[in-house]
Design a protein around this ligand. Structure first.
Ligand SMILES: N[C@@H](CCC(=O)N[C@@H](CS)C(=O)NCC(=O)O)C(=O)O
Length: 380
């Protein structure tokens, strides 16, 4: 164990002993250093991921008609994920995931504002789908085999290709080239109910390093504990670390993100209950419409012109020939509403993720014709 970490482990254990009651409660997301659950060393799975606890019965339902009758989409988000879904002081929800909730609402209602945003912790999210509290989850949620099968979710198109990384203080000797082998003895913190806690435990075990893994209810608590130095390292999806660094790095410290190649694949996208194909189609094609519009150069500003002057696929997509949309139970101009009210994929990405420094260029989130993975099947 590295000496520099020893005293912090004592501090972290004290914090856990003093304040475990915050974990699992509805305590506000700006709690300070408190509330961790320690799972000991990296070999231990904390067991708090609800992936294995929730089993969704096949729904085979009629959710689309239910939503239309209700006149609002219930969309699950984090509410505290920087640049993805952040609750604003005026009560509005902002971010990349929040905008994809609006994309679905615009497709269903022709009105992007008809969204009831439901803030959920990672551990709550699949239960909220199961109980019908939300129709769809847009919450930095990774598509995994067990969630897709055992947990009873279905997944839509990946909207953001992410990967898990770690964030530490440069003052502790870390830099962008640091590796998992360098974290021996560290207190590593993350939020419960995530792929993240499992991946870091696996990665540490594989690298043969011992870590103390502390999990908290949400990532605000994780970051606050890092700032309070109860955690040496925090870990989650790389995009979230970039967001936290942009927003919360103190002026007198340098935070570094590593390893350069993430330790996992985290394809993030819409998640809903399994076996409701009509609803799944609507979510999926609303997302694809933003991708196709991006490919075709259709923007919120030029969509009305492109609906008349674009190529045949563009005209079809925007409802010039709207039979494909009406066959799905939507208005012919459903995707025209999506693009004019929310924007194409690039507009949504740039507006929300640009300000924290997440660039599409050279990343997996570039369009397929720019070397990335963002790709949609044809609108035909
Ligand atoms: N993608 C991972 C991690 C999801 C996750 O919880 N990410 C953090 C970082 S973006 C988060 O959403 N934090 C918001 C919060 O709970 O405060 C998963 O699906 O399990």
């Amino acid at each position: 164990m590295q000496t520099k970490f020893r005293w912090r482990i004592v501090a972290a254990l004290l914090a856990v002993v003093l304040a475990t009651s915050a974990c699992g409660s509805d305590s506000s997301s700006d709690d300070n250093a408190s509330g961790g659950t320690s799972s000991g060393t990296s070999e231990t799975d904390s067991g708090s991921d609800t992936d294995t606890e929730v089993t969704l019965a096949a729904s085979g339902g009629d959710l689309l008609n239910e939503i239309i009758a209700r006149d609002t989409l219930n969309c699950g988000v984090s509410g505290s994920a920087v640049a993805f879904s952040e609750l604003q002081p005026d009560g509005s929800m902002q971010g990349f995931d929040a905008d994809f909730c609006r994309v679905v609402a615009a497709a269903i209602f022709g009105d992007a504002t008809k969204v009831n945003f439901v803030s959920l912790t990672a551990a709550e999210r699949f239960t909220a789908v199961q109980t019908g509290d939300i129709d769809v989850l847009m919450r930095n949620t990774t598509w995994t085999q067990s969630r897709d099968t055992d947990v009873g979710m279905d997944f839509g198109p990946t909207t953001y290709y992410d990967g898990q990384q770690l964030l530490a203080r440069a003052g502790d000797g870390f830099n962008g080239q640091s590796q998992i082998a360098d974290i021996d003895g560290a207190v590593v913190c993350t939020n419960a109910g995530t792929t993240t806690e499992k991946n870091i435990a696996d990665a540490a075990a594989e690298a043969g390093v011992a870590i103390t893994l502390n999990t908290y209810e949400d990532f605000d608590m994780v970051t606050n504990n890092f700032i309070a130095e109860a955690c040496d390292i925090i870990t989650t999806d790389g995009s979230a670390l970039v967001g936290r660094k942009a927003k919360q790095q103190p002026a007198d410290q340098e935070w570094v993100i590593f390893p350069a190649t993430p330790i996992s694949k985290e394809p993030l996208g819409p998640t809903y209950g399994q076996n409701d194909s009509a609803f799944a189609d609507v979510v999926n094609w609303a997302v694809y419409a933003t991708v196709i519009a991006d490919e075709k150069g259709v923007t919120a500003a030029n969509a009305s012109e492109m609906k008349l002057m674009g190529d045949t696929e563009t005209i079809r997509l925007l409802g010039g020939e709207g039979e494909l949309q009406t066959a799905m139970g939507l208005s012919a101009d459903a995707f025209y509403q999506v693009i004019t009210q929310v924007g194409n994929y690039d507009e949504i990405y740039t507006r929300n993720l640009g300000p924290v420094g997440l660039s599409r260029v050279g990343s997996s989130n570039a369009s397929w014709n720019n070397g990335g993975l963002i790709y949609a099947p044809p609108a035909r």
